[in-house]
Design a protein around this ligand. Sequence first.
Ligand code: DP6
Length: 335
Amino acid sequence: MSTQAAPRPATARAYPNIALVKYWGKRDEALMLPVAGSLSLTLDAFATTTTVEVRAELTADEFSLNGVAQSGDSLGRVTKFLDLVRSMAGSTQFAVVTSINEAPTGAGLASSASGFAALAVSAAAAYGLDLDRPELSRLARRGSGSAARSLVDGISVWHAGDGDGTSFAEPVEAPEMSMIIVTVDARQKAVSSRTAMRRTALTSPFYPAWAPSTEQSLAAMLEACHDRDFSRIGRITETHALRMHALIQSADPPIRYLSPVSIAVFDAVAALREAGVEAYATADAGPNVAVISRPEDAQAVAEALAEYGSVRVVGAGAGAMLIDPDDATPAEATA
Ligand code: DP6
């Protein structure tokens, strides 16, 4: 890591990722170190594009999201993250952060992952930090754990690591796959992942089994990716997702993210497999379901699931990157 001289405005674009082996729980909340490693697919849709401009005359940071000035927790998380960047850069100057998020609001598409990945890349550049990919992944992790993985193209593994220096995401070779996103309910989730993770860790009697079982799933998943074994990747994905939701439901008071329609989608995916179309379902901390299939089956899967909600077929996308500020229009408008 080295610092450059003059700060300049910087714009970055990042995409959300959906985990096939989930991150659920921190062993260090201040450093955002996870209890176990995880693995995900960075998508090629629903980008967040963020510009950071450091301005000497400001007395506080300013943050606007989709054209709306933010305050409270939303601004607080950005300011806390910029404090970290400033401490690394030796700066005391505030910044204007302008962010456009293309994911439908509250659709459970990990907007904190694309948000903090885009903020990490743009803020590092704007404050004159010259960081490599692992360093940017570690930085994004401090904003939101899952953001560490949005620094990487396609499939990535986020290592639990043995401390801040080794807990970052890096690419994994895997067979090509499609993801069918089924939005069954676009409302904001009732309990945030951060709160729910904490409650699960404090109250679930099953929590002690979670980290070792996730490490086992991750080891099996890495082997399956290496072997280009899509069926095994799919089985591990679905089993691990249902284990995470079972764990979350066992908190006190319980938290249930999956709705009856989400369960119906899992059943419909099982029926597709019975009929010979290989698809496997997963879901993050919300009712929406993400289904993986081989690319050649994606259209059939999308058609079969259209009755449960709005359906969108996506593929592997790029890790967070700096872009020309003139391209700061929505990615999907320019694609
Ligand atoms: C269910 O990364 O949003 O999507 O680190 O507290 O910001 P914080 O949580 P976050 O949690 C993501 C949880 C998940 C699983 C995953 O993405 O691996």
